[in-house]
Design a protein around this ligand. Structure first.
Ligand code: PEP
Ligand code: MG
Length: 590
């Protein structure tokens, strides 16, 4: 083997395949002056490049339309229209007439245009920055003769490993699953949305590799191991065979776990736990329903929006929610309203902010954009006719937000009533507890909600001030920090006192050791990725809640996350003593 690079395991599975290196960044453009006599040639070069870029965009649009549908493909029409903007092109031509080379002239005009759009007061204009950037990259690539790194243009059946600096959710949803078999990124952590989305798409992924794009040329063959976070570059045939054998063993374990799906999650000392599934895309619903989950504990709806040029309308959303409800029969399905913002942005960046995680996201955006929010609420109330829908509000920090949302739900019900559309108005409403504010002041929310769902990905990020997507900080993202454990305990206590159900739907719940800690802290409902349902069931059935409680009590009193981990690990190991196979991967993600 030439060499190995290690990153963060983000989505399990082993893939051996060719690298598809995606450098989708604005390249450096040298300052080049042309002689007067060469100006006509530069103008022709610009026009040619524009024609080639348009041709390419049409191809890509058709391809995305065939694989993902017309709505996803519409962004490429927006990009085509940028290349047909006569004012923009006239500005570039003017700079060429002033003796600038075509690429420099185009670069200057696009930079100015992007800055102006990013600062614009209208969100609709700001949304277009991402399209401008894509066009900027594409045309410069042609003018500078760079390799064509089109993100969505990989041959079907290639089984390629996509290696890129960072993958936005919008690119991820455009990926052709028949061409890309795995993802590797320089940036990201286990809880960044790329990782979450990769897991829900079942695409093996390693993130946080830091320098993979710099180290690779795109000509290599690699082994990507999403369970251990390894990328092996140009492996020997024996190494490939070794990994293939491991992949077969993993598949056998999966099959064995699948047999567990139908068993009840009851602890060895007889306490019944509820395990639900997280569903990120409606297409996942049927598969998730076979995982053994008792309903959906978190359906993220923002992935209906991300990667699209326009918001889905009421009917489209209604169909998506109904699909999930029908897959789960009478079981509860908790659907979270849009959590757009942070690192989950629709096409165009919407809007550009200095601190997106502290910015205009989730419930804040929904309350400020009543049209967007009401459309979603109407679709949810209509879908509620088909099953046990529960509405969950993200990023709550104050009860005012819950009350604002409640008023909008009432308004949505009134609209539907006036239109004579079948719906159900009395849908339970819950709050995500994913800020220290919501956890500490959970009592101030309790009156107004039917349930709490603790989002540990954000709760850890905001409590420890550690960006969940920053690979350089991954070791500092420690969910077992005493501050986090105490906040979770606080929510459980308030839930018990006030009769409000408490679930955990962040990634902590999907990791065996952390799930053990959560159950020890008093949580009785976990919502985990569909693949993790049987894994966590197996842990639940092997453990004693009394011991978990004792370990969690001790973990709450120590000073550091590593001490807490040691206590919990020792306790869980002891609990599982008669089933050594359970001991594998206790601290790994499932
Ligand atoms: C969380 O923050 O833990 C959560 C479940 O929400 P998301 O990961 O979508 O931010
Ligand atoms: Mg969150």
């Amino acid at each position: 083997m030439e060499r190995q690079v290690r990153g963060i395991p983000a989505s399990p599975g082993i893939v051996v395949g060719p690298v598809h290196l995606l450098r989708w960044e604005v390249p450096d453009v040298p300052h080049r002056i042309v002689a007067d006599a060469d100006v006509p040639e530069e103008l022709a070069r610009l026009r040619n490049a524009i024609e080639r870029a348009k041709e390419r965009l049409r191809q890509v649009r058709d391809r995305v339309e065939a694989s993902a549908g017309a709505e996803e493909a519409a962004i490429f029409d927006v990009q085509l229209s940028i290349l047909e903007d006569v004012v923009l092109i006239a500005e570039v031509e003017q700079l060429i007439h002033q003796n600038l080379a075509a690429e420099k002239a185009f670069d200057i005009v696009m930079l100015e245009r992007r800055q102006a759009f990013a600062r614009h007061h209208a969100p609709m204009i700001r949304e277009r920055v991402g399209d401008l950037t894509d066009v900027h990259i594409r045309l410069l690539g042609i003018l500078l003769g760079l390799p064509d790194h089109d993100p969505v243009d990989v041959r079907k059946g290639a089984g390629a490993v996509l290696v890129t600096h960072d993958l936005t959710p919008s690119l991820t949803v455009q990926l052709d699953r028949e061409a890309i078999a795995a993802i590797a990124t320089d940036a990201g952590t286990r809880t960044s949305h790329v990782a979450i989305l990769a897991r829900s798409l079942g695409l093996p992924a390693v993130v946080g590799l830091r320098h993979a794009t710099a180290e690779l040329t795109g000509q290599e063959r690699v082994i990507l191991d999403g369970s251990t976070g390894l990328l092996a570059i140009n492996p020997t045939d024996e190494e490939v065979e070794r990994y293939r054998a491991r992949a077969r063993r993993e598949a056998e374990t999966e099959a064995e776990l699948h047999r567990l799906a139908g068993l009840e999650p009851v602890t060895a000392d007889g306490v019944r736990i509820i395990i639900r599934a997280n569903v990120d895309l409606p297409e996942e619903a049927e598969h998730a329903a076979t995982s053994g989950a008792e309903g959906v504990g978190l359906m993220r709806t923002e992935f209906l929006v991300i990667g699209r040029a326009s918001m889905p309308d009421e009917d489209e959303q209604y169909r998506a929610y109904r699909r999930v409800l029908e897959a789960f029969g009478d079981s509860p399905v908790v659907i979270r309203t849009y959590d757009i913002g942070g690192d989950k942005l629709p096409i165009g960046g919407y809007p550009t902010e200095a601190n997106p995680f502290l910015g205009w996201r989730a419930i804040r955006m929904c309350l400020d954009e009543p049209e967007v929010f009401s459309t979603q609420l109407r679709a949810l109330l209509r879908a509620a006719v088909h099953g046990d829908v529960r509405i969950l509000l993200p990023l709550i920090v104050t009860v005012d937000e819950v009350r604002g949302a409640r008023a909008m739900i009432d308004g949505a019900a009134a609209d539907l009533r006036a239109r004579g559309v079948p719906h159900r108005a009395n849908v339970p409403l819950g709050a995500m507890v994913e800020t220290p504010a919501a956890a500490v002041a959970a009592d101030t929310l309790a009156e107004d909600v039917s349930f709490f769902s603790i989002g540990t990905n954000d709760l850890v990020q905001y409590t420890l001030a550690v960006d969940r997507g920053n690979a350089n900080l991954a070791a500092r993202f420690t969910p077992l920090h005493p501050a986090v454990l105490r906040l979770i305990r606080r929510v459980v206590d308030v839930g018990e006192e006030r009769g409000v159900e408490v679930a955990v739907c962040g990634e902590m719940a999907s990791q065996p050791l952390m799930a053990y800690a959560l159950l020890g802290l008093g949580v009785r409902q976990l919502s985990v990725g569909p693949r993790a349902v049987s894994h966590i069931k197996r842990i639940v059935r092997g453990m004693s809640l009394a011991q978990a409680h004792d370990a969690a009590e001790r973990a709450l009193r120590v000073a550091t996350a590593s001490e807490a981990e040691a206590i919990l690990l020792e306790s869980l190991r002891r609990a599982l003593h008669d089933a050594p196979y359970l001991l594998e991967g206790l601290t790994e993600s499932v």
